[in-house]
Structure formats: structure tokens, C-alpha cells
Design a protein around this ligand. Structure first.
Ligand SMILES: Cc1cc2nc3c(=O)[nH]c(=O)nc-3n(C[C@H](O)[C@H](O)[C@H](O)COP(=O)(O)OP(=O)(O)OC[C@H]3O[C@@H](n4cnc5c(N)ncnc54)[C@H](O)[C@@H]3O)c2cc1C
Ligand code: FES
Length: 258
């Protein structure tokens, strides 16, 4: 893990309220793994750093994809090329691709594409076949198709049917249960709950790894602010996760209602 002052190389609004920022940080980019995150110092007066997943890797740089929800992400959205941002990372335990797996199903709900893009990059580099199921409420909120990796098979669902299949992205799971050797997901808790109740049978009980978002204090295993009771005992999301097996989580845990 490194603390790095990263220089912003670009910051663009890709869909309303969602930004893609590229930061030069050879120290972090050289060791980052898909599913890991960085803690971002959002302005000098901000006490707590904000956790954001590593979205893409470039040469000596990394990208973050974030929705503006409050003070910290608003600050980050204002950063421009040439500004510097203090990062801690890479942190946490990310996704792991089993050596025997070839067909990988990636399920992204909305901003959930953030860590899955990096996973798709890595999987394609390893020679895996990747299908990305990408869901959003409506076309305006869909991650732009021209920014996606052309080598990954893309299947889209929007809740209002303005692009792709009409409905929830989880409705598409039955079509891929047989094909996928492993499934990786990132999205809202409602998506995980749907996957846990009906998706696991549809995915033929194969491994499903999900990335969790809970409120974090330090991101370093010190404050215990992110503790979560799982079927494998008490875990710290920032260190043991943020990626967990879908079936190891109690999806009615109040930690997910914050
Ligand atoms: C491991 C991890 C990875 C994450 N990766 C991404 C990512 O790639 N892109 C992205 O847009 N967001 C991501 N998040 C969520 C992101 O950290 C929060 O949206 C951010 O901290 C909000 O900061 P803020 O100062 O803008 O908002 P605040 O003023 O702190 O909060 C504004 C609103 O956001 C909600 N919020 C705050 N923190 C979180 C959180 N950790 N999870 C869910 N809701 C929160 C609050 O309930 C509140 O309603 C991730 C969270 C975790 C734990
Ligand atoms: S956020 Fe402090 S221990 Fe996880």
C-alpha cells in the first residue's frame, strides 16, 4: 500500500453526475489488482478519505469512476488536469479469477461498472472470454458504449427499455448460468439480494463474487467501522473485502441500510 500524490491528467463527466478521472500514480498502478480500491483525500478540510474502486489501469496511471453524492465527490468532480490528489492504496482484497475459469460473466448495475472494467481488462489479458451484463434505469445513465472494451461481449438492460432488454439486469442471468464458469458482480444491494434469492440457482451454484460498499472510516483495518457479520465470522470490509462470495453474506444485515 502506498500514499501517493497523484497528478490529474483528465476529468470528464461521462453521464450526468458521473465522472471519469485519470490520475498519474506509477506506485499504485504498478501493483493494483481488480476489485481493489483507493482512499481519496477529497480536499484539505475533509477529515475522512473516501473509498473509490480502481476503475481502469493505464501506463503508470489509474482511473476512478464516481457518482457525485456529497461533499467529497463534489470536490473530486471539480479537479482539473494538473491538480493533485492524495491517494492511499491499493487497498483491500479484490476479485480472483480461478485458474480453471475461462468464461467470465460480469454483472454491473449502474456505477457498478467501476471495478468490473478493470477486471474485464485483466481477464481479457489472461485470454478469458468475457460477457458484460450492463444495467441502468434508462439510456442517459448507461456507461457510454464507446468507452467499453470492444473485446468483451456486451448485453444491456434498461429498466424503461430505452436501450437493450427492458427490465432488471438480473433478469438476464438465466441465459448465462450454463455458460459462465464464474460470475463477478458490482451494483446496489437490491441487485445482490435478487441474485442471492433467485440468481444462485440460475447460475447453477457456481462461484459468484460481489463487491460490497459500506461506510468506511480508515480503510486500513484500524477503526473497525466497516465490520460485518458474515457466514465465515466477523469480517472487515476494507481488509477482508470489499469482494466476498455472494453466499457468505447475510443480505438483511442493517449495515446495508445506511
Ligand atoms: C470499497 C468501496 C468502493 C467504492 N467505489 C466507488 C466507486 O468506484 N464509485 C462510486 O461512485 N462510489 C464508490 N463507493 C462509494 C463512495 O465511497 C461514496 O459515494 C463516497 O464516499 C461519498 O462521499 P461524499 O463525500 O461525496 O458523500 P458523503 O457526504 O459522505 O455522503 C453523501 C451520501 O452518500 C452516501 N454514502 C457515503 N459513503 C457511502 C458508501 N461508502 N457507500 C454508499 N453510500 C455512501 C451517504 O449515505 C450519503 O447519503 C465505494 C465505496 C466503497 C466502500
Ligand atoms: S474502515 Fe476502518 S477498519 Fe475498515
Amino acid at each position: 500500500m502506498n500514499q501517493a500524490t497523484a497528478s490529474v491528467t483528465s476529468n470528464i463527466e461521462v453521464t450526468p453526475g458521473v465522472y471519469l478521472i485519470w490520475l498519474e500514480s506509477p506506485q499504485i498502478a504498478s501493483i493494483a489488482q481488480p476489485g481493489q480500491f483507493v482512499m481519496v483525500q477529497c480536499g484539505e478540510e475533509s477529515l475522512l478519505r473516501r473509498p473509490l474502486s480502481i476503475h481502469q489501469l493505464g501506463k503508470a496511471k489509474l482511473a476512478l469512476l464516481f457518482t457525485v453524492v456529497g461533499k467529497g465527490t463534489y470536490w473530486l468532480a471539480q479537479c482539473q488536469a494538473g491538480d493533485t490528489v492524495d491517494l492511499l492504496g491499493p487497498l483491500g482484497n479484490g476479485y480472483s479469477i480461478h485458474p480453471d475459469s475461462h468464461n467470465l460473466l460480469l454483472v454491473a448495475g449502474g456505477i457498478g461498472i467501476a471495478p468490473l472494467y478493470f477486471l474485464a481488462q485483466e481477464a481479457l489479458n489472461q485470454g478469458c472470454s468475457v460477457t458484460l451484463l450492463l444495467g441502468a434505469p434508462t439510456t442517459a445513465q448507461l456507461y457510454p458504449r464507446d468507452l467499453l472494451l470492444p473485446e468483451a461481449e456486451l448485453v444491456i438492460a434498461t429498466e424503461d427499455g430505452t436501450t437493450g432488454r427492458k427490465g432488471m439486469i438480473t433478469d438476464l442471468l438465466p441465459n448465462f448460468g450454463h455458460w459462465a464458469d464464474q460470475t463477478f458482480a458490482c451494483g446496489p444491494i437490491s441487485m445482490y439480494r435478487a441474485m442471492a434469492t433467485q440468481g444462485q440457482q440460475l447460475l447453477e451454484a457456481k462461484s459468484v463474487q460481489v463487491s460490497l460498499e459500506v461506510r468506511m472510516g480508515c480503510g486500513l483495518g484500524i477503526c473497525y467501522g466497516c465490520s460485518l457479520k458474515t457466514k465465515r465470522g466477523l469480517k472487515q470490509v476494507c481488509q477482508d473485502g470489499p469482494v466476498f462470495e455472494l453466499n457468505d453474506i447475510f443480505w438483511d444485515d442493517p449495515a446495508f441500510n445506511c
